[in-house]
Design a protein around this ligand. Structure first.
Ligand SMILES: [Ca+2]
Length: 128
């Protein structure tokens, strides 16, 4: 959850404010902050399955893709493509994805989304 920067002075808050203080909680409503929270929570939702609780094994990653990114994988896992993806992401070759390796996957997925939206907007601009 949200932690205020070290040294921030929260002493002006009424003692009943609780933690996180209401004004900081409200800040987490910003879309990008929400997205970050979803990215982190989604990792833990699946990594907490079998084996290492802080790593995604192949079956956990397969489940994450199917459940959380169905449009991205078009509703099914292409096994050779999935094996290739896992191999590329698993930089320390332990057959599992830790959070850093998962973060690389998110960056890759975000880049693909960006290209997709750029192509769409180029196409729309050409039509005008
Ligand atoms: Ca790994």
């Amino acid at each position: 959850m949200y932690a205020p920067p070290l040294g921030s002075d929260l002493s002006y808050l009424p003692p009943t404010a609780g933690f996180p203080p209401a004004h900081l909680e409200a800040k987490m409503e910003a879309p990008l902050e929400k997205a970050l929270e979803v990215m982190v929570n989604t990792f833990h939702k699946y990594s907490g399955g079998d084996g290492d609780k802080y790593k995604l094994n192949k079956s956990e990653m397969r489940e994450l893709l199917l459940q959380e990114m169905p449009a991205f994988v078009r509703g099914k896992i292409d096994e050779p493509g999935f094996e290739y993806l896992m191999k590329k992401l698993d930089s320390n070759e332990d057959e599992e994805l830790d959070f850093q390796e998962y973060a690389v996957f998110l960056a890759l997925a975000a880049s693909l989304c960006n290209e997709f939206f750029r192509e769409c907007s180029d196409e729309n601009n050409r039509k005008r």
